[in-house]
Write a protein that binds this ligand. Structure first.
Ligand code: HEM
Length: 400
């Protein structure tokens, strides 16, 4: 694919980004990408180091205004979107980040998550059974989506009757994370953030007066309008948990099965030895990662791979490329479900390291495990959704 350059809007590139990444890592590991005005960073060592470097931030608004940072203020119509997004921990930096993350981190420790395993296993088994009874179907909409949506909705306490709303809200909000989103995508994201925010605000008010045994009720008890948790922060945190809590997991399941179908020897190896499930899940997270890119603002001048990058610009960290870097992984283009040394970067690194990683791991192990029993075969070659940053399949049709 030598003729395709880095082009996140080109479906051929989205389907096969790995040759372009290999070229970037060797010839242009830190390169300026004119269409978005960002510096692309392609090597594992650089991506890993920048994620941990406090001279960069997910936001700059804790140190400067838009104007002082030399940026245009956002258009006014986007205000309801940013109000929700910037109130979640992913878009703030310490000390606010530390306070918000501490409030919810107890719910996601490996021990807490382990206690959910029987419930997660049961949901996975029921969904896999349904697929088998129907003789196959779309693995994404019938198993990959309902599993993490049900788990995170139950943890937060979103009533079953409202859960169908979560996927569309999340997908619409995520449109804004793609590079240079169209005006229509921006308006759709703003509307979704507003509706989702209003819904959670109402739910939290109800739970404050009539608490249940769920995370929204627990957070609603500590809303004090100030130091502990403001109502906007509660809403932002819950939107983040509900979105981050399923979006990537859906795509790892889809991309992961598609990876296994393309590597039938590895699929057979896994079917023959279930003890490989934990390393297989890590390898599927690495080999075709669902989150291809994350951005950081440069808060102080830095130098990366001999290139000086000034304060005020954005770097785009290419996770998909880092995960295939031969400097970090032996034989990186080979899918190896038993890979022992696997320092993949799919959950990020540094202070924003994925809070839900232990939960995602349990969900994925249980879901791949349940589906291995089903003896799936691929019914037709799947198509990729247009998104590059959040990269996943439209559907994955299988037969049993
Ligand atoms: C396989 C599935 C998942 C992947 C690949 C993934 C990946 C990531 C990555 C890369 C980040 C860091 C982003 C950055 O540094 O800019 C992140 C942050 C986060 N993830 Fe996940 N995630 C997954 C599942 C989950 C789940 C199940 C939850 C459930 C709650 C979750 C909650 C979060 C939260 C709250 C953050 C923000 C953490 C912070 O800012 O301190 N994620 N995730």
């Amino acid at each position: 694919m030598w003729f395709v350059r880095f082009d996140p809007w080109n479906p051929s590139f989205v389907a096969h980004p790995y040759d372009v990444y290999a070229d970037l890592r060797v010839n242009d590991p830190v390169s300026f990408f004119e269409p978005t005005g960002q510096w692309l960073v392609a090597r594992h060592a650089d991506v890993n180091a920048l994620l941990r470097d406090r001279r960069l931030g997910r936001s700059y608004l804790h140190t400067a205004t838009h104007e002082a940072f030399g940026r245009e203020p956002e258009p006014e119509f986007q205000e309801p979107f940013w109000r929700v997004i910037r109130a979640g921990m992913l878009d703030v930096e310490p000390p606010v980040h530390t306070r918000l993350r501490r409030l919810v981190s107890k719910a996601f420790t490996p021990r807490m998550v382990e206690s959910l395993r029987p419930r997660i296993r049961k949901i996975a088994a029921e969904l896999a059974e349904g697929l088998v009874e129907r003789g196959g179907g779309d693995l994404i909409s019938e198993v990959a989506e309902p599993l993490p949506v049900t788990v995170i909705a139950e943890m937060l306490g979103v009533p079953e009757r409202d859960r169908h709303l979560l996927r569309p809200w999340s997908a619409d909000i995520c449109g804004m994370y793609e590079l240079n989103p169209s005006l229509e995508v921006q308006h759709t994201a703003v509307r979704a953030a507003q509706e989702f925010g209003d819904y959670l605000r109402d739910l939290a008010r109800t739970r404050r007066d009539e608490p249940g045994d769920d995370l929204i009720s627990a957070l609603a008890q500590v809303v004090d309008g100030g130091d502990r948790l403001s109502e906007d922060e509660l809403v932002g945190t819950c939107v983040l948990l509900l979105n981050a809590g399923h979006e990537a997991t859906v795509n790892v399941t889809g991309n992961g099965w598609w990876s296994l179908f393309r590597n039938p020897d590895e699929l057979e190896r896994l079917r023959a030895d279930r003890s490989l499930l934990p390393t297989a899940v890590e390898e599927l997270l690495r080999w075709d990662t669902p989150l291809q890119m994350f951005e950081r603002w440069v808060l102080e001048d830095i130098e990366v791979g001999g290139v000086r990058i000034p304060r005020g610009v954005e770097v785009a960290l290419l996770f998909g490329s880092a995960n295939r870097d031969p400097e970090a992984f032996a034989d990186p283009d080979r899918l190896d479900v038993g890979r022992a040394d696997n320092p993949h970067i799919s959950f990020g690194a540094g202070i924003h390291f994925c809070l839900g990683a232990p939960l995602a791991r349990v969900e994925l192990i249980e879901s791949f495990g349940a589906l291995l029993d089903a003896n799936l075969t691929l019914a037709e070659e799947p198509a990729w959704k247009p998104g590059f940053v959040i990269r996943g399949l439209e559907s994955l049709r299988v037969t049993v």
